[in-house]
Design a protein around this ligand. Structure first.
Ligand code: NAI
Length: 256
């Protein structure tokens, strides 16, 4: 399947985990890729080699997307690399496990600035470009099942992903007249470095698996496949939605 011929995609936080899988999936379907992370490292170097070996172009732009000016610069720099930008995947995200009553302002800002503020102003910069250039655009936000279901001790994370749900619903309407589609992907438990503590703790892992009807964790590639669908013309009539990739976790029911 080659759905992204002549398309340029920027994926934030794409040197590992779900973001890296998205980069490889979009490249495998013909897209040229702008990778992003806080700094260039051997993972970025490895991904550039993999993408280049597929016959696609790939570049890395370092930017901490938690600061609005950084993310605006990232979008503008990304547009300059290959002359335009078609797809923005807002993947970078962070979480902090802390009792609600102990969360500091610094921890709150760390989570909200990356998972919400950076995304807000990144989309804004992308939309200004699309409007100015008279080009269509596609945005896919990496949300979480926690835009919908609770996660005790992760209050800021839930607040950020819940806000992302409404941001997407709202922008779908506001941006439809400008040919910009926007959707969320909501992963459940996916085996990536963000879940390091879970993967290292068999007891915790078993208690998580109990709540997943499919009784297994997802893979980054499972999420990337849905991102690719939403970014493609196959989803041309889809905007303002959230697609769950969670093995049934969100709406599961435990039979007694
Ligand atoms: P990860 O921690 O493996 O990868 C996230 C990447 O984003 C890392 O490379 C990190 O360096 C980068 N990043 C973080 N903050 C950044 C910043 N300020 N600027 C630039 N890059 C930054 O995480 P994973 O699991 O791949 O998660 C990706 C997205 O999926 C996140 O938004 C996360 O909330 C979401 N998600 C993940 C789930 C999972 O089970 N792995 C479940 C639900 C949602």
């Amino acid at each position: 399947m080659i759905r992204f011929e002549n398309k340029i995609a920027l994926i934030t936080g794409s040197t590992q985990g779900i973001g890296a899988a998205c980069a490889l999936r979009l490249a495998s379907e013909g897209a040229d890729i702008i990778l992003n992370g806080r700094k260039f490292d051997e993972r970025a170097e490895g991904l550039i080699s993999q993408i280049t070996a597929m016959g696609r172009r790939a570049t890395f732009i370092a930017a901490d997307v938690s600061a609005s000016q950084n993310v605006v610069n990232l979008i503008n720099d990304a547009i300059k690399v290959y002359g335009n930008l078609d797809i923005l995947v807002n993947n970078a995200g962070v979480e902090k496990n802390h009792n609600f009553w102990e969360v500091t302002e610094e921890e709150y800002d760390f989570v909200m600035d990356t998972n919400l503020k950076g995304i807000f102003f990144g989309i804004q910069a992308f939309v200004k470009y699309c409007m100015g250039a008279g080009r269509p655009g596609v945005v896919v936000n990496m949300s979480s099942v926690h835009e919908e279901i609770i996660f005790p001790h992760f209050a800021a994370y839930c607040a950020s992903k819940g806000a992302l749900k409404m941001l997407t619903r709202n922008l779908a309407t506001e941006l439809a007249p400008y040919n910009v589609r926007i959707n969320n992907v909501a992963p459940g438990a996916i085996s990536t470095p963000i879940n390091h503590a879970l993967l290292e703790n068999p007891e915790l892992l078993n208690s998580v698996l109990k709540n997943i009807p499919m009784k297994k964790l997802g893979k980054p590639e499972d999420v990337a496949a849905v991102v690719a669908f939403l970014a493609s013309a196959d989803a041309e009539y889809v905007t303002g939605s959230t697609y769950f990739v969670d093995g049934g976790l969100t709406y599961h029911y435990e039979e007694q």
